[in-house]
Design a protein around this ligand. Structure first.
Ligand SMILES: Nc1ccn([C@@H]2O[C@H](COP(=O)(O)O)[C@@H](O)[C@H]2O)c(=O)n1
Ligand SMILES: [Zn+2]
Ligand SMILES: [Zn+2]
Length: 611
């Protein structure tokens, strides 16, 4: 076949065209990732407005490699101060609320001894109107002491805890802050009665004490006496600042609500929740709603109440604001960063940078070579799933500290999935990443038991139907509900006819805009709550625990193997052994048999593996 010059020239042109198009497409995608074209949904203001944070877990530096959450605590302070100004100018009220869990999740908070010593002063720069305690302020005594000595002192009168107490050196228990607060708002002069509650948490350190909400209501006279002291005609709004999941499957808020309604049949009630790390908004009745604002400085929750209207749909609004500068500036209606910044905000950002440098948080201590490893964006069996990576690559490398410790040829290593807090990203594994992925100082312990028993423990701890039928192991509810609640795309459960919210959604979804990946929240008002429309990520289910099994085929069930696990889940393991009718030999307790195996933390092993 013969080609003349024109054919050759055309082939070259087509080839160059393809190359040019491919390059352009790549550049477009890079540009697009950094400059998303989505429109931000505006906030709806009411007579009273709320900014809510929860489960910040020390993420005050912001997310350094995720554009969607690129703001830091200094930006957040500028943002809230700009919004306060808008509220004051318009004669509206704006209250700032935090629902607890300020430790465990980020180097800024956790690298120091005691943890939080550098991060809490940064958190405290924000002028919260009301705040409460989370379970992460109660695992360790030193963290409870910081709350009692520093935060309560600093936020005097605004720190509420109606069911958590601190034990003084002389042995007496005192409230963490105040049990309730009655106050009048500055602009609308609304009379507010507020309480602070933590869920029924039972792993508190021995210098603190949690009483369940039900116990407080049923058996502590002060609670009902307080309600009687502030009758409906003296209360415009009840505010419940809690570290309790607001989801309907968690009964505590609903019991509280039923009792509040006996005293206040139609007073407006606003709940704020936390703990399960999701965005959520629930309609409890015509005059009561609940907001939960995510986790890890990914979300600033917003809700507003218009008190002038009889129409439910006009009364309430909610928005989940992505924790980034675009969103903050958009809602503050200030396009230039220089005009948006406040002096205090800029100083806090500088303090964060200075503290990160001082703590050397950006120091690489390893390298993640192959890929990102996700908690639940891919199925647990996928090689990019972090639990797959940990059980296949990391756990098998664990070696006991003491070479004289009696060990067996076969072993099973179990971890609770709740101990892994965030995705692991390809690239430098920094001191910060270490705490981001797994912040806990849990120790490894070993129990030597027959193989036939050992292999049943993981399936048993993951078998929710079995757990539901039997006595729940201590704290298991904590993990399984957290896991379910984390699945963001739950369907709404409208108590009222809220169909119009969805019509709005359908209308907007016809605008074909390319979206970035992120939260798409289904709540009781529909799915237009996220301030930035996103392409939804899929959250695959994760079990309560995962394990690595180094078991040989063909050995008998009677063979003794080592079961290795975190001391944090010892009570769950003991529960499972009990369910399997396995009694530790000679009737001795677990403390005798479960031996310290290893002091090196999992997050240090990740560094060594290099992924
Ligand atoms: N030493 C610890 C403490 C906690 N965990 C895990 O954290 C979960 C609670 O976290 P929230 O932010 O939801 O309060 C808890 O259920 C455990 O899974 C841990 O592993 N080690
Ligand atoms: Zn939390
Ligand atoms: Zn919590």
């Amino acid at each position: 076949m013969q080609f003349d010059n024109t054919v050759i020239r055309n082939i070259i042109l087509i080839f160059l065209g393809i190359v040019a198009f491919t390059q352009f497409y790549k550049l477009y995608n890079v540009y697009y990732q950094n400059n998303p074209v989505t429109a931000i949904r505006d906030l709806t203001w009411g007579d009273i407005n709320f900014i809510h944070t929860t489960d910040t877990h020390g993420w005050y530096s912001g997310h350094l490699i995720q554009q969607s959450y690129n703001a830091d605590w200094g930006d957040f302070i500028s943002f809230t101060s700009r919004l306060k100004k808008i509220a004051d100018d318009n004669g509206q009220d704006l209250l700032l609320i935090d629902s607890g869990d300020r430790h465990d999740g980020n180097g800024l908070s956790d690298v120091t001894v005691p943890n939080g010593v550098k991060a809490l002063p940064i958190f405290m720069k924000e002028d919260y109107d009301l705040l409460t305690i989370g379970n992460h302020e109660l695992y360790l005594w030193e963290n409870s002491r910081q709350e009692y000595e520093d935060l309560i002192e600093h936020f005097k009168g605004n720190y509420l805890s109606s069911n958590v107490e601190y034990k003084l050196d002389n042995g007496t228990f005192v409230t963490f802050g105040d049990k309730f607060k009655y106050f009048t708002t500055p602009n609308k002069h609304l009379r507010i009665l507020s309480f602070g509650f933590l869920f029924d948490f039972n792993r508190f350190n021995d210098h603190s004490r949690v009483t369940s909400i039900k116990e407080v209501i049923d058996n502590q006279p002060w609670f009902k006496e307080t309600l009687k002291a502030y009758p409906p005609e003296e209360v415009d709004l009840l505010l419940l600042v809690t570290h309790v999941p607001i989801t309907r499957s968690w009964p505590e808020i609903y019991y509280l609500h039923s009792v509040l309604r006996e005293f206040y049949p139609d007073t407006k009630i606003q709940y704020f929740g936390g703990h399960s790390h999701i965005r959520d908004f629930i309609v409890l009745d015509e005059y009561a709603t609940a907001l939960q604002s995510g986790r890890y400085c990914e979300t600033v929750g917003w809700t507003s109440i218009n008190l002038q209207t009889d129409n439910f749909k006009e009364r309430y609004s909610r928005t989940y604001i992505d924790f980034n500068l675009d969103s903050f500036q958009h809602h503050a209606k200030i396009s230039s960063k220089d005009s948006f910044d406040t002096e205090k905000g800029v100083n806090v950002s500088k303090l964060i940078t200075q503290t990160r440098n001082e703590l050397k948080l950006n120091t690489p201590i390893g390298y993640v070579k192959k890929s990102n490893y996700y908690i639940d964006y891919v199925p647990i069996t996928d090689s990019k799933n972090i639990f797959h990576f940990l059980t296949k690559k990391v756990l098998p490398t664990l070696t006991p500290d003491d070479e004289n410790l009696e060990i067996h040829d076969e072993r099973i290593i179990i971890i609770n999935t709740g101990s892994i807090r965030y995705d692991l990203y390809k690239g430098p594994y920094t001191l910060d990443s270490r705490y981001i992925v797994s912040p806990f100082e849990n120790l490894w312990v070993k129990l030597s038991i027959p193989k036939g028993i050992a292999i049943q423990i993981t399936p048993l701890l993951n078998d929710e139907s079995y757990i539901a039928k039997h006595l729940k192991p201590p704290h298991q509810q904590d993990d399984s509900d957290e896991k379910n609640a984390r699945r963001q795309t739950r369907f709404s459960y409208p108590v009222l006819d809220l169909n119009d919210y969805d019509k709005q959604t359908i209308k907007n979804s016809k605008k074909k805009k390319k979206l970035t990946k992120g939260y798409v929240t289904f709540d009781d008002l529909g799915h237009e709550g996220d301030d930035t429309p996103h392409k939804a990520v899929v959250n695959f289910p994760i079990p309560n625990v995962v394990n690595s099994e180094e078991i040989k085929k063909g050995t008998s069930d009677e063979e003794i193997v080592d079961l290795i696990f975190y001391d944090f889940i010892e009570s769950n393991i003991i529960w499972a052994l009990d369910q399997l009718n396995y009694t530790l030999p000679e009737g001795k307790g677990p403390d005798f048999y479960s031996k310290k195996y290893l002091g090196t933390l999992l997050n240090e092993y990740i560094r060594d593996i290099g992924a």
